[in-house]
Design a protein around this ligand. Structure first.
Ligand code: PA5
Length: 448
């Protein structure tokens, strides 16, 4: 159901940061926040050629959404599976959305299975997927802003070849959808040459900020997610987060995390108590990690799944080096209800929970953990999400994108580039013998 735009907004709860941060310090952040907001909104800072994401929700047209939905409907008609081939920002948002909405077991229930490839270079994993697709009708969506990412290009070749073998070159073309830069890159050239259907990632939108382009929206629509509701949530966030005051939840989040960082908390854990949020965590990790980790600065983003990770990381979080704070994504209302039943003989000693919801147990675990961590000098921020639906998913994605832009400017870095990612690529290309990398290859070979 599409949500009414007057429903409650997600909020940042800072009630568990006191002791680690003084109220007066938080208030002193106001001029810095105002400046960071202005820099972002006026486009006067570093990276201002990559601010296209800022107004994507309000500027994406109905015609653009129609085109995405039409392609998704076609895929749903002629395919039992879609392989999304991309890495980093070119798949994490789509995967996060699909698992958030349809659950981690979506491929066991949804009529069109969504597989992800091009996000690794594992022969075994590639072969396993090829085997899986042998006897089912499938389409592929190759997603790469640059059009030259190795992991994606390798998998794209394999699956294009598989489609050609299965359907013949002409029919295969109708099953290949390309999402890339509108003007440049090898993938754009290939799509033009072969006549594949294409969708643009606008030139001024960076990979990790591209979830509201076809990059995120096409796989979401194939998975049956209502992309208009996702965009409605994002649109509301675009409006509400434009408020220039401490009432702005993105300001509060950006301010609190930067103050923690300045007070020696160098690691932020994003915690959720819902397994379906694992990839929201991974998407967030890339967003903040690539945006802020540069020039020798940055909060290290680590996403953890609770309660499972309390049984592996819990000891360290509670008692190890005091270098971290946590941000909990809290869904206020569980969409499902499981009530524990009473047993005649209480052998497992669980009857005291009879009649209680599992969600009540989960929330009690969360609240108990927050208090224990706060006592153990792990300050806590909470992002309250009213419900697990498309609207709030859109709002959540936009909230983090906007907060990340503000936070990066507060930190004094360019939040929209990723120069460090290029280093491994240069070495890899040189070692693989890519033309143009001969000199680097010579140097590297001496060191191996
Ligand atoms: O944020 C970014 O731009 C990167 O992390 C990219 O998302 C990632 O490297 C994939 O790049 P591309 O879409 O060009 O294949």
């Amino acid at each position: 159901m599409r949500k009414d735009v007057t429903t409650s907004m997600l909020e940042t709860d800072i009630s568990n940061i006191w002791g680690s941060i003084e109220f007066s310090d938080l208030m002193k952040m106001e001029p810095r926040l105002s400046k960071a907001h202005e820099t972002l909104a006026e486009g006067t800072g570093e990276g201002n050629d990559f601010l296209g994401w800022h107004h994507l929700p309000s500027r994406t047209t109905e015609a653009e959404l129609d085109a995405i939905q039409k392609a998704a409907n076609q895929i749903r008609r002629d395919s039992k599976a879609l392989v999304v081939i991309g890495i980093g920002g070119s798949y994490l948002g789509a995967r996060a959305a699909i698992e958030f909405m349809n659950g981690v077991m979506h491929n066991e229930t949804d009529p069109v299975k969504i597989y992800f490839a091009g996000n690794h270079l594992s022969t075994r994993a590639l072969n396993a997927l090829v085997d899986r697709l042998e006897n089912i009708d499938f389409s592929i969506n190759i997603v790469s802003k640059s059009g030259s990412t190795m992991e994606t290009a390798v998998a794209a070749r394999m699956f294009r070849w598989l489609l050609n073998r299965k359907y013949g070159p002409e029919k295969a073309k109708q099953r290949i959808y390309v999402t890339t830069d509108p003007m440049k890159g090898k993938l754009r050239a290939l799509a033009k040459e072969e006549g594949y259907m294409t969708f643009p990632i606008p030139s001024n939108v960076g990979g990790r900020y591209s979830v509201f382009t076809a990059c995120g929206l096409l796989p979401m629509a194939v998975a049956g997610i209502d992309i208009r509701s996702v965009m409605a949530g994002a649109r509301r966030a675009e409006t509400e987060l434009d408020v220039r005051s401490m009432d702005n939840p993105a300001w509060l989040y950006a301010a609190a995390r930067n103050l923690m960082y300045e007070n020696g908390k160098k690691i932020e854990m994003l915690c959720s108590y819902e397994p379906d949020f694992e990839y929201v965590g991974r998407w967030w990790q890339q967003l903040f990690g690539e945006s802020e980790g540069k020039d020798g600065k940055g909060i290290f983003p680590a996403s953890v799944d609770l309660t499972p990770d309390l049984h592996s990381m819990g000891q360290f979080i509670q008692d190890g080096a005091r270098i971290m704070f946590e941000t909990v994504i809290n869904v206020e209302e569980s969409p499902e209800e499981v009530v524990l039943k009473e047993e005649e003989i209480d052998t497992d000693g669980m009857n005291y929970l009879a009649g209680k919801n599992v969600d009540f147990v989960n929330k009690s675990a969360m609240n108990g953990t927050i208090l224990a961590h706060t006592d153990g000098q792990v300050p806590n921020l909470k992002v309250n999400v009213p419900e697990q639906n498309e609207f709030y998913l859109g709002e959540l994605f936009y909230f983090f994108e906007f907060a990340c832009g503000i936070s990066g400017y507060l930190l004094g870095v360019n939040p929209f580039n990723q120069p460090g990612v290029e280093s491994y690529k240069r070495n890899m290309f040189a070692l693989l013998g890519k033309p143009g990398y001969e000199k680097e290859r010579e140097e590297l070979m001496k060191r191996l």
